[in-house]
Structures are given as C-alpha cells and as structure tokens.
Design a binder for this molecule. Structure first.
Ligand SMILES: N[C@@H](CCC[C@H](N)C(=O)O)C(=O)O
Length: 289
C-alpha cells in the first residue's frame, strides 16, 4: 500500500494552484516534482504550487516565525521559485481557514517577499497588503510578433513589465515568453502584462507569467498594472496625496487594487478551494525518475 499525500486545488480569479499541506516540511519537492504535479495532463494541474509549511520548519522562513506562523513556499508551474504570488497568498489564507488553522480576520503570512498581512472577510473576499512597489528607472521594450511597446518596469517583490496596448489581441497567443530589451532590465526573467483601458480607473489585462506561461490572472501583475496606470494617469498617490483605486479585469475575473498615499498597496478578490484529495506516493516518487 503506497503512501497517500494530501493535496487541495484552489484558485483566485482562475489563477490556479496545487496546494500541498506539509506543516513540518517533511516532503522533498524538487523542481521536477513540482512541474509534474502542475502538469495539466499527466499531473493535477496548476499555474503554480503552494507548499504550506510552518515558518519555523523552513530554512528560508525560520527567522520570520515570530511574526508569521505559516510560510508560503511558492513555486511556478515549471517548478521555478518566485519571490511572491499575490493570488497565491490569498488562496493560501483561504486554505488555512478551510483547514481550521485560522478564522476570519487578519493573519500574517511569511513569503520570500517578506511578511504579508491578509484579511479574510465575511463576504468571502480575501485582501492582501502587498507592500510598496519599486519602479526601477530605464526604458524597457516588450514585443510580440510585429508589435512592440514601451513598458514600465514595476517590481512587486517579483519583476513585471507593463505595456499599454491598443488591443489585448495584439499580444497574440502568448505561447512563449514575450522578448524584452534591454536584457539587463530583468536578469531573472519577467512577468509581462498587456493593458487596455475599460473606463475611468478601470483597465483590463492579459499576462504572460514567468515560469507558468499565459495565465488567467496574476495578482502581483494586477498590482503592477494599477501602479503603472496611476503614473500614466497622473493619479500617483505619492504626488496627489490621495489614495487611488483601480479595477483590474483579468481573463479569470476582477481584482480591486488600492494604492495609499504612503505607497502601500492592497489587493482584494475571491479565493476559492475547489477540491481535496490524495496523491499516490508511488507516482510522486517515480514521476521524475
Ligand atoms: N500568479 C502570481 C505570480 C506568480 C509568480 C510569477 N510567475 C513570477 O515568477 O514572478 C500572482 O498572482 O502574483
């Protein structure tokens, strides 16, 4: 009889995740194993994986254990490691509630991008305090086929290039990462957002995620888009002294992003657990041999 390893599946605006509860960090999850679990045909399927570990039990988070009991060890669908995942941390909080580890209200979650405060509200939405954006100087260009656009470099803990386009269809099929220049702008790769206007303080985006491909939503990407749009629109709260809220439509739903005068950014949207089950331990052990 092989070992059974518990997993869940969840999503936030259809950015979907395999969730692996592993409080004491007992599991070995190398890159190839994560990619196999996220494979949509031969595995469970997901844009990424949320490895749920107690901070005290993880070498990357032990120093944060006094601030946050739980560490989101986030991996992209190809198994690569990313600093932060905005939808992931909201789904992570929903999982902790689902499992009875926390109740509604505020909780702190450790991530590679620092400790994030998450609020689970009664109505069902989950809000995360994303911290401040960094806006590295320098011109960036992204291109797809015959189209190319200037892009804004926005760092939300992870790197983003935000391009305003006339038509989201111009981003093409996004089967491969959109080329960007200069290469030095993003030495570790980049998430690329394509944005169109929908109305006052309302935009829509598509995204190609580093390590996952085109996804139906990206939380850090939606925040980067809100930040870039505020600078374009002259509503930058650091200059106006007034908070600004943008509604960001993604293919999988809608996220609401507020940037305050002190630069702190909050993102709100749904976070859903859709299934739970068990992984066959023999499969997991042999899948990458
Ligand atoms: N989908 C995530 C972002 C996940 C990480 C990203 N692909 C990267 O490599 O930086 C989100 O909701 O923020």
């Amino acid at each position: 009889m092989s070992t059974r390893i518990p997993f869940l599946k969840g999503h936030g605006t259809e950015n979907d995740f395999v969730i692996i509860p592993d409080p004491e960090n007992d599991l070995d999850l190398p890159r190839e194993t994560v990619a196999a679990l996220c494979d949509r045909r031969a595995g469970i399927g997901g844009d990424g994986l949320l490895h749920v570990v107690r901070s005290a039990a993880h070498p990357e988070a032990a120093h944060l254990a006094a601030e946050a009991e739980w560490f989101m060890d986030y991996r992209n669908g190809d198994g690569s490691i990313a600093e932060m995942c905005g939808n992931g941390v909201r789904v992570f909080a929903r999982y902790l509630q689902h499992a009875g580890h926390v109740t509604e209200g505020d909780l702190a979650v450790a991530t590679r991008g620092g400790v994030k405060t998450v609020h689970i509200d009664k109505a069902g939405d989950v809000t995360v305090g994303m911290g401040r954006a960094r806006l590295p100087e320098g011109d960036v260009t992204v291109s797809v086929g015959e189209h190319s656009w200037p892009a804004r470099n926005v760092n939300m803990g992870n790197p983003h290039a935000v391009a305003f386009v006339d038509d989201l269809a111009h981003a093409g099929d996004l089967y491969s990462p959109p080329p960007f220049s200069p290469a030095a702008a993003y030495p570790d790769g980049v998430n690329v957002e394509f944005v169109v206007d929908r109305g006052p303080r309302h935009v829509a985006m598509r995204v190609h995620e580093r390590g996952s491909g085109e996804t139906r939503s990206c939380g850090t990407g939606a925040c980067a888009v809100a930040v870039a749009t505020a600078r374009r629109d002259g509503t930058d709260p650091a200059i106006t002294g007034t908070p600004v809220t943008y509604t960001v439509d993604v293919p999988g739903g809608t996220l609401v992003i507020t940037e305050r005068a002190d630069g702190q950014i909050e993102m709100t949207g749904p976070a859903v657990i859709v299934a739970e089950g068990e992984i066959d331990g023999d499969w997991l052990e042999n899948v990458v041999r």
